[in-house]
Write a protein that binds this ligand. Structure first.
Ligand code: TRP
Length: 386
């Protein structure tokens, strides 16, 4: 009798396993995120936000998790907790204003998912110090921040915590900039190691890169390689129309293009880089009907006879068209900040349930699920039966 019920239990379990595997095969899950260290700017929009919205609206993904990575932000902002705290709402407002829809995408705050710490702790056993030291992203960030020997352990190991972020949600797809590719590679290694050493419960994620070169590496308005708050060269999604206009009018172009009749250069010309990232065919019809397309505009600029101001005005029109609806949505949501926190709370709750499920599987695979395993007590008792 008992044997029969045990057999039934075993078969039920097997059935559940198959069901679970089928589900994994079916489901495409996205996880990605940002460190909340400032408002988001048009570089974020070109490089990731607009792609996320398109992925969300494509209907191809069963689940989409967008993480505000506050715990990761703290790894190099230890003395700046208030900055991280203040920017949670800014990033969330920017997300929603860009079209991330809390009904379709789960917005969550990393630190509220304590399961991620547990996963990180166990994954640490699967990674060597040498491997972390070889991670190119970590390497260059250590240089950038002058960390050298004084690097906090939490910062040094953040690739492991990022692997926890990704695997906790069984993400198949991680849309990121190419600076993050080493993180995905490290995650895949951890997954592979875990699945071989223990049981195949984790999913190997794929990185998803976005857009053309210009979108991936949008320079600041001063032409410097990167937009950064400290350089004061960003166009923020929350900037007013006047701010956007003034910033574009002051944009770095071609220092050799002194007179309209001079031939102009495109390389390193910020205005044209922005056009590469944002200009679409229909913009010509609306704002610059004298030209058929961007190639024609570029050719005229290179030939000489096309002034910077005309090109800048064209870019202003395009950017306002893109930014105005974002700005308007932001204004609306700014009137209901409690609703944003509620969205984040709900999203974090849902994320936590998902992460808890993965953690339970991980612990079972690692043989540390003592109280869930009824067989354990039975077999241990048998050992001492006379
Ligand atoms: N490291 C990412 C960045 O700096 C942010 C991040 C944290 C992330 N966890 C993630 C990105 C998981 C993708 C997946 O932009």
């Amino acid at each position: 009798m008992e044997k029969e019920s045990m057999e039934r239990e075993r078969m039920e379990k097997e059935g559940m396993e198959i069901e679970k595997m089928e589900k994994l095969e079916r489901e495409k899950i996205i996880l990605t995120g940002d460190r909340p260290t400032g408002r988001l700017h048009v570089g974020h929009y070109a490089g990731s936000l607009r792609q996320r919205v398109a992925l969300q609206d494509s209907g191809e993904y069963q689940k989409i998790f967008i993480m505000i990575a506050d715990a990761q932000a703290l790894t190099d902002n230890i003395e700046n907790p208030e900055k991280v705290r203040q920017n949670i709402i800014e990033v969330a407002l920017d997300y929603i204003s860009c079209g991330l829809d809390p009904e379709k995408s789960t917005l969550l705050i990393q630190s509220q998912i304590s399961e991620l710490c547990e996963l990180t702790f166990y994954y640490m056993d699967l990674v060597t110090v040498a491997r972390l030291q070889r991670n190119p992203t970590v390497k260059s960030e250590i240089q950038m921040r002058n960390f050298e020997a004084s690097i906090p352990v939490g910062f040094f190991t953040y690739p492991i915590s990022q692997a926890a972020d990704i695997t906790a949600f069984k993400a198949t797809t991680v849309p990121v900039g190419d600076d993050q590719l080493p993180m995905i590679e490290q995650t895949r290694e951890i997954v592979h190691k875990f699945n071989t050493v223990y049981e195949p419960v984790l999913v190997e994620p794929e990185a998803l890169l976005s857009g053309n070169e210009a979108s991936k590496r949008l320079p600041g308005i001063d032409g410097k390689a990167k937009m950064s708050k400290s350089l004061g060269n960003c166009i923020y999604l929350a900037d007013t129309a006047d701010e956007v206009r003034a910033k574009i009018m002051s944009m770095y172009t071609d220092p050799l293009h002194l007179q309209v009749s001079d031939p102009g250069h495109l390389e390193g010309n910020t205005v044209f880089t922005y056009l590469d990232a944002f200009c679409r065919q229909e913009h010509f019809g609306r704002y610059l009907p004298d030209y058929a397309d961007l190639d024609e505009l570029k050719a005229h600029y290179q030939r000489g006879g096309l002034g910077d101001v005309k090109v800048k005005k064209f870019l202003i029109n395009i950017m306002q068209e893109i930014l105005e609806p974002i700005r308007n949505r932001r204004k609306e949501w700014e009137k209901d900040i409690p609703a944003i926190y509620e969205i984040l709370r709900k999203g974090s709750d849902e994320a936590r349930r998902m992460a808890a499920g993965t953690l339970a599987e991980v612990k079972s695979a690692m043989r540390i699920n003592y109280f869930e395993d009824t067989d354990l007590i039975r077999t241990q008792s048998k050992k001492y039966e006379v």
